[in-house]
Design a protein around this ligand. Sequence first.
Ligand SMILES: [Zn+2]
Length: 110
Amino acid sequence: MKYLKFICSKCGNIFAPSGGGVFYERDRFSQAIQFICPDCSKEYTDKWTVKSKVFSQRNIGFIENLVTITFADGRVIEDIRCSQINGKIKLVDNTCLPEYVVAQVEGDIE
Ligand SMILES: [Zn+2]
């Protein structure tokens, strides 16, 4: 039997998994999995929880689909380009957003 130590990639603390599992994210460049402790994951989810997403369109010679995201803490990111194909929403350029946000925005059109 081996013991796995979880080390938070944000604060460096060693932590034990809580009941709900362990948050992680992938390093943007190496794609390595980085674990995040409960304290940092709470801070993270508080910051990045999507409260509302409003879709719109803009005609710039062709129709561009956009989404404006409002976060739980009131921050707003306006006019992120997205596609709406076969009933699915996909962000066109999601490199500026954490995976956690992308997962809350992409998916079936409601
Ligand atoms: Zn941490």
